[in-house]
Design a protein around this ligand. Structure first.
Ligand code: ATP
Length: 377
């Protein structure tokens, strides 16, 4: 068969059923060599099942998995050149760092003389060259992460599979490790396949993200593509923050649609998925940073969509703060994100404000199911 040399991993129409339930429902992906590929989705969407099939712990009911261009169907996990890192890193606490890193090599029967240099090289690659003699419990959470990675790298895997490895860390360390993992992956050049329910992790670290829902991929794209050009309501709601309105289309075509919300306001938005026509139930999404906020009505007069209301909450957050505005007409809440300008300094609880945005900053999709919030748990 013709294979693409440049791909470390391909999944082709993979299906996994548990009895009558289909956990993975025909997913396909390709991860180029050296890429950071994330699978992002809510709890229960099938991420772990997919990863376990790639690792070989579970066999698909249909489809194919190719690693470096060769099908691995029927190949046992320990004969696939992949390693998996779990949330609980499964380091051996009673052993030293060097013993932990050497463990896999010993299992593979690597000659003794080669083990020392390989362990030293792996520790150097994760920037912990002197950690070898330390005990695992003498390491910080972030250092443990890196040792877990070194323990895999020493085996020179084609793929590193990571199952929510930051899930057990506290928020601050998680923020730090996001950046560190990304830099580490770029430096070592091994392809990472990373599963997470946290959209901010996926956005920061990944070259490509597959957004998964009910066993299917809704969209695969770069973080920028998913954020700016979501193709479904699910992706628009799951990736990044957004204001959402539900409504019914009054007039629409392939490019844009005008909809009347349940509260009776008219909004116009770019159609991002299938063309829409009158009567369709839709959801409109507008990013908080796409909304202009002014104290003077003239400030938004030129914008396509306009609302007015009162400041409900001012959430100071350094350079970019969030203003929650109570829409005067509908009573709904609108979230605006704005830089620390003089305009923001003049805002106070209850202040009357005017909001506006252009049609192309709003996206309109056929209404989907309710979208679980992503990230914070
Ligand atoms: P989480 O983030 O909560 O781990 P997930 O996206 O990884 O979720 P999976 O663990 O892949 O989801 O599970 C997907 C669905 O398949 C779930 O509804 C789960 O209950 C079901 N499932 C997983 N493994 C089995 C199994 N061995 N037998 C029966 N059902 C299973």
């Amino acid at each position: 068969a013709c294979m693409n040399d440049n791909l470390d991993l391909e999944c082709i129409d993979l299906v996994k059923r548990f009895g009558a339930f289909t956990a993975v429902d025909g997913v396909s992906l390709s991860a180029p060599r050296g890429s950071f590929f994330s699978i992002l989705g809510p709890s229960g969407c099938g991420k772990t099942t997919l990863l376990r099939m790639i690792a070989g712990f579970q066999s698909p009911d249909a489809g194919d998995i190719r690693i470096k261009g060769r099908s691995v169907l029927g190949v046992a996990p320990n004969r696939r050149n992949v390693n998996m890192i779990f949330q609980h890193l499964a380091l051996f606490p009673m052993m030293t760092v060097a013993e932990n890193v050497a463990y896999g090599l010993q299992c593979h029967g690597t000659p003794k003389a080669e083990i020392g240099p390989k362990v030293a090289a792996a520790l150097a690659r994760v920037d912990l060259p002197d950690a070898g003699p330390k005990r695992i419990d003498q390491l910080s959470g972030g250092q443990k992460q890196r040792i877990a990675i070194a323990r895999c790298l020493v085996l020179e895997p084609d793929l590193l599979l990571l199952d929510e490895p930051l899930g057990a860390l506290d928020l601050k360390l998680r923020e730090h490790m996001k950046v560190e993992l990304k830099q580490l992956q770029q430096k070592i050049g091994t392809t990472f396949v990373y599963i997470t329910h946290d959209q901010s992790e996926a956005l920061v670290m990944s070259d490509q993200v597959a957004v998964m829902n009910h066993g299917r991929f809704e969209q695969i794209g770069s973080p920028q593509e998913l954020y700016y050009n979501p193709r479904t309501a699910f992706v628009a709601g799951f990736v990044g923050d957004a204001n959402r309105w539900r409504g019914r289309v009054e007039a629409g075509d392939a490019k844009s649609a005008k909809a009347i919300t349940g509260d009776g306001i008219a909004l116009t938005a770019a159609t991002a998925g299938d063309p829409l026509s009158a009567g369709d139930e839709v959801e409109i999404f507008v990013r908080p940073e796409s909304i202009s906020l002014t104290l003077d009505e003239k400030g938004v007069a030129d914008l396509d969509n306009r609302l007015s209301g009162q400041v409900e909450n001012l959430l100071f957050n350094g350079a970019n703060s969030t203003v929650q505005v109570r829409d005067g007409q509908t009573g709904g809440e609108v979230m605006v994100r704005m830089p620390q300008t003089a305009e923001f300094a003049n805002l106070a609880h209850g202040a009357p404000v005017y909001l506006g945005w252009n049609n192309d900053q709003a996206k309109c999709f056929p209404a989907g199911e309710d979208i679980p919030s992503s990230g914070e748990e």
